[in-house]
Design a protein around this ligand. Structure first.
Ligand code: DAK
Length: 259
């Protein structure tokens, strides 16, 4: 796959892994890192063999310790706006990928790092994971979707508590509020994420993609409209051969080989 300066991208039998590879700065998001993530996600979207995207950080300390504070310090309002657009476009690109995404949170996920994890569909943390939105302590607010995605995932009251205090929480607390889906020992993180990716890859890919779209679009709608949308996606499944493959396998007590 394509080479980048600040991130690594590999596709191992359908599992695309994007590793933010700047361990000396705890994988902080400079504009170069954000541009590389954006280009890497474009490459994943164009790769029809990629079935799941895993996002993680290099080194044993951090997933991503946030936007690069040193780079941000001297920004003018115009430059700040350009950075904001780059970050928002990149994270929305991840959230809107047709394939599912998993953040493997292997350490600090702060500010923009937490927001990167929030743009994935599922977050698995190691016991070393530390998550938080410390922006108000820097005189800014979460700017890469944190005020919106965090409250949708953990609820408004918890999101407000975390954002107003900027406190950094440990993996077990993140698990208890639903910010992490699962927490495992450090040495088990990669294998757990791989197992989860493989479990998803056994399912009908078009049905997984339609489920993702129904959930993400539906949550923005009044319930009645969302249920209508679900019915539309449900109906569309019957136009795909995977519906015949899946149901025939059930009836014949076999294993489906989805296309
Ligand atoms: N930016 C730049 N460098 C960072 C960094 C960061 N966010 N985090 C760590 N580093 C660098 C450190 O400066 C240090 O570099 P050297 O001094 O060795 O050159 C190296 O990484 C190792 O860090 P520490 O020495 O600090 O390591 P410790 O173990 O002592 O502490 C820590 C780990 C994660 C607790 C600490 O590094 C830390 O507090 N880091 C900052 C965490 C933080 O506040 N993150 C939130 C950043 S604010 C925007 C949208 C969104 C955003 C911004 C704009 N727009 C809409 C425009 C997002 C904002 C954020 O993410």
């Amino acid at each position: 796959m394509t080479e980048f300066n600040t991130v690594l991208l590999e596709n191992n039998a359908g599992i695309a892994t994007l590793t933010i590879n700047q361990p000396k700065s705890l994988n902080a998001l400079s504009s170069e890192v954000l541009s590389d993530i954006s280009a890497a996600v474009d490459a994943v979207a164009a790769d029809t063999s990629a079935r799941v995207l895993v996002i993680t950080g290099a080194g044993d300390k951090a997933f991503v310790a946030g936007a690069n504070i040193k780079e941000m310090l001297p920004l003018s309002p115009e430059e700040g706006e350009a950075l904001s657009k780059l970050g928002n476009d990149t994270f929305s690109k991840i959230a809107n990928l047709a394939i599912p995404s998993i953040a493997a949170v292997n350490g600090f996920a702060l500010g923009g790092g937490s927001e990167l994890a929030l743009s994935a569909d599922i977050r698995i943390g190691s016991t070393a994971a530390r998550l938080g939105q410390p922006e108000v302590g820097l005189g800014i607010i979460p700017g890469f979707g944190g005020t919106q995605r965090l409250s949708r995932i953990v609820g408004i009251a918890k999101a407000k508590e975390l954002i107003y205090t900027g406190k950094v929480i440990k993996a077990d607390e993140a698990l208890s509020i639903g910010l992490l889906n699962q927490v495992v020992e450090v040495e088990e993180l990669a294998e757990t994420v791989e197992k989860l990716a493989k479990a998803i890859m056994k399912q009908a890919p078009n049905s997984v993609a339609a489920s993702k779209e129904a959930i993400d679009k539906g949550i923005e709608m009044p319930l009645a409209d969302a249920l209508t949308l679900e019915a539309k996606y449900f109906g569309e499944q019957f136009a795909h051969e995977n519906q015949t493959i899946g149901m025939t396998a059930f009836v014949e007590k076999g294993k489906p080989e989805f296309k």
